[in-house]
Write a protein that binds this ligand. Structure first.
Ligand SMILES: NC(=O)c1ccc[n+]([C@@H]2O[C@H](COP(=O)([O-])OP(=O)(O)OC[C@H]3O[C@@H](n4cnc5c(N)ncnc54)[C@H](O)[C@@H]3O)[C@@H](O)[C@H]2O)c1
Length: 374
C-alpha cells in the first residue's frame, strides 16, 4: 500500500479521485483545503477524513511520499515550496508556477533536496499519446515535417458553465479560469506530447490576445486566444493554438512525408490514432479520407469512464512518480520537463501583439515511452 496526500479539494480534485479509484493500492493519507466547508464536502463524498491545517497534513503524511497540489494556480508556488521544504515529492497541477523566477526556485529546491517535482498534465503517459508516439516512431506517416495542434474549447463565456458542478459539489471556477487564461490552463495538453516526443523547444514565436473583453467583473482576464509557432531543437516545427472562443477543436495532426497522423480528442485516453495516407488520383494529390487506425498490441492502463468533457486518467502522473520512487529510476515527468513546459507556456501566454522570437533558456530530454508502448 502506498499513500499520497491531497491539498486543494475543488473541481479537479474530484476528477483525481475518480482516477485514483482505479488504483486500490494507493491510499489517501491526508486531505486539506483552506476552505474548510469545501474540505468537508469533498471528504464526506469520498469517505475521507480532512485535516484543518497544512501542519496537520504533514503530520499525517509519511515522509518521502507524494503530495498532490490541486490548488488554484495563484497558490501553486507557495504550496509546492512548503511541501518540498517539508521533504515531500510534489505533483503539482499546471502551471508549476505563474512566473519563471518562482518555477526556477522550485526546480532548484527539488534538485537540492533530491525530491521529485512534476507538473500536470500527464496525458502524455496515456494511451492516445503513447499510441501516437509509437506510430511516429514506426514511421507510419514518414518523417514528420510539421504539426498542427488545436486546443480550441468553443465560445466558453456563453457556455452554461454555471451548471458545471463536480461530483462533490464544487462549481467550475469560472473567474479563476478566465483570469488564469486558456493558454496557462490548456497549452500543456499538447505541449507535453510534443516535448515528450520531440524534445525541447528552442524558439517560440507567438501572439496572444483577449478578444472577448469583460468576462469577469474585475475585468482582469488573461488572453483568451493564443497561437504559437514552436521551433524544436530537433528541427521540427509545430503550430499550437489555444482559445475559449473558436469552435471546439482538439485535434492534433502530425504531417509527414507519407501522410497525416491524427488524433481528434486531446482529453480522451482512448482517442483513436488514425493515419491518412497521401495519395495521387489523376492530377490531384490528397490525404486519403479513409483512415487506417493504428493500435498498440497489448494492454495499456486503467481508464476512467467518460463523464463530462474529459475521459482522462488524472492519476497517471502520480502513479508514474510512485513507480519511479519504488523502482529507484528517473521519473518520466521530471522537474526539467516541468520547468521547460512552464517556460514555453509562459512565453506563449505573455507574447501579446508585438513580442518577437523568444529563445528558451531551459531544456529537457524527450520522455521515455511507457513500457507497453515500446
Ligand atoms: N477545472 C478543471 O476542469 C481542471 C481540469 C484540469 C486541471 N485543472 C487545474 O486544477 C487546479 C485547480 O483547479 P480547480 O478547477 O480544482 O479549482 P477550484 O477553485 O475548484 O479548487 C481549488 C481549491 O484549492 C483550494 N486552495 C487554493 N489555495 C489554497 C491554499 N493555499 N491552501 C489550501 N487550499 C487552497 C481552494 O480553496 C479550492 O477549494 C488548477 O491548477 C487548474 O488549472 C482544473
Amino acid at each position: 500500500m502506498t499513500s499520497l496526500s491531497i491539498i486543494g479539494c475543488g473541481f479537479v480534485a474530484d476528477l483525481y479521485m475518480r482516477s485514483l479509484a482505479l488504483y486500490p493500492d494507493i491510499k489517501i493519507a491526508a486531505v486539506y483545503d483552506r476552505d474548510s466547508a469545501r474540505c468537508t464536502a469533498f471528504c464526506s463524498h469520498w469517505s475521507l477524513s480532512g485535516v484543518a491545517s497544512l501542519k496537520a497534513l504533514f503530520a499525517d503524511t509519511p515522509k518521502g511520499s507524494v503530495i498532490l497540489n490541486l490548488t488554484n494556480p495563484s497558490s501553486h508556488f507557495e504550496i509546492n515550496k512548503v511541501c518540498l521544504e517539508a521533504g515531500y515529492h510534489v505533483y503539482s497541477e499546471k502551471p508549476l508556477a505563474v512566473d519563471m523566477d518562482q518555477a526556477t526556485a522550485l526546480h532548484t529546491l527539488a534538485t537540492k533536496r533530491n525530491l521529485l517535482l512534476a507538473s500536470a498534465p500527464c496525458s502524455v503517459l496515456g494511451e492516445a499519446a503513447q499510441t501516437l508516439g509509437a506510430a511516429i516512431r514506426a514511421d507510419m506517416a514518414g518523417c514528420p515535417r510539421l504539426i498542427y495542434a488545436e486546443l480550441d474549447d468553443g465560445f466558453i463565456p456563453q457556455a452554461p458553465h454555471g451548471n458545471w458542478i463536480s461530483d462533490s459539489g464544487a462549481p467550475w471556477p469560472v473567474k479563476d479560469e478566465f483570469e488564469v487564461g486558456c493558454t496557462l490552463e490548456h497549452a500543456g495538453y499538447y505541449l507535453s506530447w510534443l516535448i515528450g516526443f520531440f524534445g525541447p523547444v528552442l524558439t517560440v514565436v507567438a501572439a496572444s490576445a483577449e478578444v472577448i473583453p469583460n468576462k469577469t467583473q474585475s475585468g482582469n482576464c488573461a488572453p483568451d486566444f493564443s497561437v504559437a509557432t514552436l521551433f524544436f531543437e530537433s528541427g521540427l516545427v509545430a503550430r499550437l493554438t489555444c482559445s475559449i472562443v473558436a469552435p471546439h477543436d482538439h485535434q492534433i495532426r502530425v504531417i509527414g512525408d507519407k501522410g497525416v497522423l491524427r488524433v481528434e480528442k486531446a482529453w480522451d485516453n482512448s482517442a483513436k490514432v488514425s493515419l491518412h495516407r497521401r495519395i495521387k488520383i489523376r492530377r490531384r494529390l490528397l490525404e486519403s479520407p479513409l483512415a487506417k487506425r493504428f493500435r498498440l498490441k497489448g494492454p495499456t492502463h486503467p481508464k476512467v469512464t467518460r463523464k463530462g468533457a474529459a475521459a482522462m486518467n488524472f492519476a497517471l502522473g502520480p502513479v508514474e512518480m510512485i513507480a519511479a520512487l519504488k523502482e529507484n529510476r528517473p521519473c518520466r515527468l521530471s522537474s526539467d520537463f516541468a520547468l521547460h513546459m512552464n517556460e514555453v507556456t509562459l512565453a506563449i501566454q505573455n507574447s501579446g501583439e508585438t513580442t518577437g522570437a523568444q529563445q528558451m533558456q531551459t531544456t529537457c530530454p524527450p520522455i521515455e515511452p511507457m513500457p507497453w508502448a515500446k
